[in-house]
Design a protein around this ligand. Structure first.
Ligand code: GLC
Length: 477
């Protein structure tokens, strides 16, 4: 079985969120299951010299996108047993940053078109092309467009994975022909049409052979308008070939026993050494050094669907508990500003880090006691698993992958604390409960933390599920 994994980001080369982590670790896990997996992504400016010097230039081709004729260089790199193809076009990708440009639709339409034409040219033929999120959603659309020119495309099956339905790649219909090079039929028959605009993700969902998302609960939730952002009807059309497969994390990289970026390594048998990391965290993040105060941490994009409104609305009540709080992430201005200014009111107790840093994230996972993730919507969520791996108990809302990975305190298999409704008081109450357990039942609190460290969050199980899926749709082994 040969799979081409197409993504707009992959760790360690380029990562803005969970998709980068998934694309950086699932291909390895698939290879370990004897699914020969290669990865294709854009060659962004930010991909540094240390990688570029190891790449080999294979060749270049020209891609036609409507009236544009565009250069596409193909670079290859082998990293930890996986072959990566980087597609180069400086006009689209030599820019500061990964996403957020006015012409993102055009940039990723180019990428999708290039993927299809490169596959047609390559001396390696995948059985399955596995697509991820809207940036890659036009691959199956262009495969259908180009199937007569390249008959071998007809033998390739496609899987489309939704990592987050909040981002769909919606653009004005005016650009359908002029930018995407697609005829009116794609719009008129509804494949790409959403209201009065073109929705790239809809195209990916409707033209792929199979659709997945990143947790079983999120797959259920996507039936409802509250979660699906207008896409519930589209997903009901594919319900007979749609399922949720839970993500894993890179347990070799996120391992407190070997992670070289934390102050002191520890494992389930030396859990007490986590305290060294806590002291170090307090020292370097401007918190008072006190081993007995619980440190609550929050890492992630500071945006509404991650539950930031809940945190903001009970912030002062939260800080009135005997806790310390550390936050790491960037996002919407209103949240960034709120946390920046809140820092002045709670010196030594609240640490606002409006940035993203892998190093800081790891030190927080290792040093904190409680990890807060009150998402309104969470397709899978990886941070709660990383926190548990470092023995930090999660407090989560019961949604998407959070529900699938965290069992509430006091129930069978308890692994953290949960609340059901998207409500600030409910969140506050469960944090109070967790803090109370920290102060008054530390032994049991730590027992759960040690158990969490031993839970298997690796990709092995999910990679096996993907393999089964690839075999089902191709009929190959
Ligand atoms: C997105 C989702 C997150 C998920 C990740 C990887 O970032 O928001 O919940 O874990 O993709 O699939």
């Amino acid at each position: 079985m040969k799979v081409l994994f197409v993504t707009s980001e992959a760790a360690p080369f380029v990562k803005t969120g969970g998709l980068g982590d998934v694309a950086g670790s699932l291909p390895q896990a698939l290879n370990a299951k004897r699914v020969a997996t290669r990865v294709m992504l854009p060659l962004y400016e930010s991909i540094g010299e240390q990688w570029r010097e190891k790449m080999t230039f294979k060749k270049y081709i020209y891609i036609e996108l409507s009236w544009r004729k565009l250069y596409c260089g193909i670079f290859e790199l082998k990293h930890e047993g996986v072959t990566y193809y980087f597609l180069d076009n400086e006009y689209y990708f030599k820019r500061p940053g990964t996403y957020g440009f006015f012409d993102d639709g055009e940039r990723f339409a180019f990428f999708c078109r290039a993927v299809v034409e490169v596959v047609a040219e390559l001396d390696w033929e995948p059985d399955v092309i596995h697509l991820n999120d809207w940036q890659t959603a036009f691959v199956p659309v262009y495969m259908k467009e180009l199937q007569y020119r390249f008959p071998k495309l007809n033998d390739i099956k496609t899987v489309f994975t939704i990592h987050n339905i909040e981002y769909q790649g919606r653009y004005s219909r005016d650009i359908l022909a002029d930018v995407f090079g697609l005829n009116e039929g794609w719009y008129a028959d509804g494949t790409l049409r959403m209201g009065d605009s073109v929705c790239m993700m809809k195209g990916g969902i409707l033209t792929s052979d199979y659709v997945t998302t990143v947790s079983p609960t999120y797959a259920q939730e996507l039936q409802y308008p509250y979660f699906a952002q207008g896409m519930e009807g589209v997903l009901s059309l594919v319900s007979d070939h749609f399922c949720g497969i839970l993500n894993g994390i890179d347990t070799a990289s996120y391992d407190p026993a070997t992670d070289t970026r934390i102050a002191k390594n520890y494992d389930a048998t030396t859990f007490a050494d986590k305290a060294v990391n806590k002291a170090e965290l307090q020292k370097s993040f401007g918190l008072e050094e006190n081993p007995d105060v619980p440190v609550i941490a929050c890492i992630g994009r500071l945006v509404a669907h991650k539950g930031m409104d809940l945190v903001m609305s009970v912030f002062d009540r939260l800080m009135s508990l005997g806790i310390q709080f550390v936050i790491l992430g960037t996002g919407d201005y209103k949240y960034e500003q709120f946390f920046r200014s809140a820092k002045n009111y709670y010196p030594g107790r609240f640490s606002a880090n409006i940035t993203f840093s892998e190093l800081m994230a790891r030190r927080i996972y290792a040093g904190a006691d409680i990890f807060l993730m009150p998402s309104q919507k969470e397709p899978c969520g990886l941070s709660q698993m990383m926190a548990m791996r470092y023995g930090t108990l999660p407090v989560v809302r019961e949604t998407g992958g959070l529900k699938d990975t965290v069992r509430p305190y006091g129930t069978e298999g308890e692994s953290g604390f949960t609340f059901a409704n998207y409500n600030a008081d409910d969140m506050f109450n469960v944090i109070c409960f967790a803090v109370d357990k920290y102060y008054n039942d530390r032994e049991h609190f730590n027992e759960i933390a040690v158990k969490d460290m031993q839970t298997d969050f690796s990709w092995s199980r999910s990679a096996a599920e993907y393999k089964k899926l690839y075999m089902n749709i191709t009929g190959k082994r």
